[in-house]
Write a protein that binds this ligand. Structure first.
Ligand code: ARG
Length: 461
């Protein structure tokens, strides 16, 4: 460890090389470098501002850190395992660039408050990016819905045909899930956006620092009130992973539907060549790899949430090295959510073609208008449960006779109940079945048009 020695003089021998590798986080926390530099610049400015170091020293530190940023961007700063982590790597390079004054950067600071600051700055950026991606996803859903207000699609419960729907209504369900996802991120952001900088190792510092000053420079909304909590809190990351997991739940549900819809059994959508793949042996195959991958990747995000919860649950205050384990899962979750949102958005935008003829046909092939027959009688004074039982019988005899409800003659209807009149045929036509569900939030075309307008307003906020 002679070369990489950063520890105090109390250490006599170097780390075992395997232990150095085991201990190091530079392999993944290099992802935080830009945030580390920004955080350190704010800290250096604060040290000068409070007179803890001189203004000249402050300037040197800030410009030296900026040089590291340029080196990193140009690809010439590539710290190795001997640096242990990104914080040491930066401090060491800074001292090479600006000389001994570089060693003053760590005054009144610990890597514990430093890494907490970096992670929050990183997550703040990523949350904004994911929020933007959610908005794009929502906009594509709205465009698709707009075009398909009058397209009918079977609606299911228990994956059994239930009642037909406007396809737009079905798509808007995903819009609203994404809206909650977006709002959840807004909420999570509030708790990510709190500065732990200046909490020190665990107890604060003997120097006359100004935590509000660094918080302001870094655009934090607030600062941690308790130093122990500040350095050891990872609630913000767990909350983010919860929000990320729910985004994945929603993308995975949509994926599952696209997979079903593209199957020969459903034939509701065709996958365009730009978003489908073939088989290496079966020449006829066109596979929905994109939604399958999204569905498959969901598990790892849930896993990272679980890992973080378990990692935290037994930790005594304050910082423990276990906390170094917060990063890889967080980064992987961020990258996974971003990649999945991008892929699904492209899939919806240009990779899917709804087979409208087939859909129009599909909604005429079943008994999904049976509720409407019961409602017809109920609206004419028959108690609903009685009407329900009557229609159940009609469905049973129709199945035996190999007929659908639309095939029954008016006399047959009137034998079932005298309240039936010639308008029953219109009432049970799929288009009317959908149009009639005009209760607030229902699939009726008028409702769907209103919902679309409201959704457009919602994503402008
Ligand atoms: N690499 C460490 C982490 O990611 C930085 C903080 C180390 N602090 C410490 N006291 N060893 O958590």
């Amino acid at each position: 460890m002679t070369e990489q020695q950063t520890w105090s003089q109390r250490f006599e021998s170097a780390l075992h090389p395997a232990i150095a590798r085991f201990n190091a986080s530079i392999g993944f926390d290099i992802e935080l470098i830009e945030y580390d530099l920004t955080g350190s610049q704010a800290h250096a400015k604060m040290l000068a501002h409070t007179g803890i170091i001189s203004p000249e020293e402050g300037n040197l530190l800030v410009t030296g850190l900026e040089q590291i940023r340029q080196e990193y961007r140009q690809g010439t700063f590539n710290p190795g395992i001997d640096a242990e982590d990104v914080h040491f790597a930066v401090e060491r390079r800074l001292t090479e660039i600006v000389g001994d004054v570089g060693k003053k950067l760590h005054t009144a600071r610990s890597r514990n408050d430093q890494v907490g600051t970096d992670t929050r700055l990183y997550l703040r950026d990523q949350i904004q990016k994911i929020k933007n991606q959610l908005r794009e996803f929502q906009a594509v859903l709205l465009d698709l819905a707009e075009k398909n207000i009058e397209t009918l699609i079977p609606g299911y419960t228990h994956l059994q045909r239930a009642q037909p729907l406007s396809l737009a209504h079905h798509l808007l369900a995903y819009f609203h899930m994404a809206q909650r996802d977006w709002e959840r991120l807004v909420d999570v952001y509030r708790r990510v956006n709190i500065s732990p900088l200046g909490c020190g190792a665990l107890a604060g510092t003997t120097f006359p620092i100004d935590r509000h000053y660094t918080a302001e420079l870094l655009d934090f909304e607030n600062i941690y009130a308790n130093s122990l909590d500040g350095v050891s809190d990872r609630d913000f990351a767990i909350e983010f992973l919860c929000a990320a997991s729910l985004i994945m739940v929603h993308l995975s549900r949509l994926s599952e539907e696209v997979i079903l819809w593209s199957s020969e059994e459903f034939r509701f959508v065709t996958l365009k060549d730009s978003c489908a793949t073939g088989s290496s042996i079966m020449p006829q195959k066109k596979n929905p790899d994109v939604p399958e991958l999204v569905r498959g990747k969901t598990g790892r995000v849930f896993g990272h949430l679980q890992a973080m919860l378990v990692m935290m649950k037994g930790l005594p205050l304050a910082y423990n090295k276990d906390l170094q384990e917060d990063k890889e899962g967080l980064f992987d979750s961020v990258n996974t959510v971003k990649a999945c949102l991008e892929a699904i958005t492209i899939l919806l935008k240009e990779g899917l073609e709804f087979r409208t003829q087939r859909l129009a046909q599909a909604v005429t092939e079943d008994f999904s208008n049976a509720t409407d027959v019961a409602d017809y009688l109920a609206a004419r004074g028959v108690p609903f449960r009685e009407a329900y039982n009557l229609v159940g019988k009609v469905v049973k005899t129709s199945i035996v006779a190999g007929k659908l409800l639309k095939d029954l003659k008016l006399e047959e209807w009137q034998q079932i109940h005298p309240a039936f009149a010639a308008d029953i045929y219109e009432v049970i036509s799929p288009r009317q079945v959908v149009a009639a569900r005009n209760s607030y939030g229902g699939t009726g075309f008028a409702q769907v048009r209103n919902a679309l307008l409201a959704a457009r307003v919602q994503i402008k906020k």
